[in-house]
Design a protein around this ligand. Structure first.
Ligand SMILES: [Zn+2]
Length: 301
């Protein structure tokens, strides 16, 4: 998708969804009832196959696609993007040209799709303890995109602590811990201030004998108020989907995103990486949610 009408918030999210291996793998052949995400993936694939089908290799050995086919595929993708925009409109109140964020748009889109939402929904506890007044809370939550603010420097999905003020005495820098109870095939988190490191290998983890690694990063470029999606290939390289650089789509051997701009991160189960029983982590950790963080969203386009 090419940037238009400040739609980078939508483009970055659509690119993440159509490239999501777990979604493609568990996609039923027949459309589930009212499944926006299913239709998005299906229609995106149809556009891709139409382009592939018209590829012709010239006498110089270079494969080309006729201009008319390319133009039609761009028009089809634009239509697809607008249909998702229109479905989000009543809930998100998005307007063309007005910057939004996938942090709000993605959970709303998933909530409209009974097939896709469970594939993203994490069950966890938020546990909070205040060292000043002793206030302690624990809450069990289902969510598709939980938020972390000021994460600790050794943050890891299995040591998921961030610092926040106490709701009772307002003392700052109190620890809130997320303890995972059930991890979905696509485990997504929102980091308001990014992660401590951009070495994605640091954040792989094993849960219930499944090995998870980072498959997708949505970068937030603060100075441009702009979202860019990065997809990790099986060989470890990263493909950049920046709608301002469309149609260029460069591959990088390492993820060149600054740690503080890693805004939304998705982990997916690695294929064929079941660990033997006994190697699963003990699930003896725990957690209170930052009540939803008003004012922590960063709109972009
Ligand atoms: Zn307190």
């Amino acid at each position: 998708w090419q940037n238009s009408a400040s739609l980078c918030w939508l483009d970055s999210m659509l690119v993440a969804l159509v490239n999501c291996k777990s979604l493609k793998k568990s996609r039923p052949d027949v459309e589930p009832r009212q499944s926006t995400v299913w239709r998005l993936i299906r229609e995106h694939e149809d556009v891709g196959s139409a382009v592939q089908g018209h590829r012709q290799t010239g006498s110089d050995g270079v494969a080309r696609v006729p201009q008319a086919v390319l133009e039609k595929s761009h028009a089809d993708l634009d239509r697809l993007r607008m249909s998702v925009f229109q479905q989000l409109q009543p809930k998100l109140h998005c307007k063309l040209g007005k910057k939004e964020t996938p942090v709000f748009a993605l959970p709303l889109l998933l909530a409209m799709d009974a097939w896709a939402e469970p594939l993203f929904r994490t069950l966890f506890h938020w546990e909070f303890k205040c060292t000043e007044c002793g206030a302690a809370t624990k809450e069990r939550i289902w969510k598709t995109l939980p938020t972390f603010t000021d994460v600790v420097t050794d943050w890891h999905p299995l040591r998921a602590v961030h610092l926040a003020p106490c709701n009772r005495c307002s003392r700052s820098h109190q620890r809130r811990t997320m303890t995972l109870e059930s991890v979905p095939p696509v485990f997504g988190l929102h980091f308001v201030q990014g992660l401590p490191s951009n070495d994605t290998g640091n954040y792989s983890f094993t849960f219930n004998r499944n090995h998870y690694s980072i498959s997708t990063v949505i970068q937030y470029k603060h100075h441009l108020k702009h979202f860019v999606t990065w997809i990790c290939h099986s060989n470890g390289s990263w493909q950049e989907y920046d709608d301002l650089k469309h149609p260029e789509c460069r591959t990088h051997s390492r993820l060149p995103v600054p740690a503080e701009e890693m805004h939304i991160v998705f982990w997916e189960v690695e294929e064929g990486c079941k660990e033997p029983a006994g190697c699963s982590p003990s699930s003896s950790f725990s957690a209170l949610p930052p009540p939803d963080h008003p004012g922590t969203s960063k709109p972009g386009g």
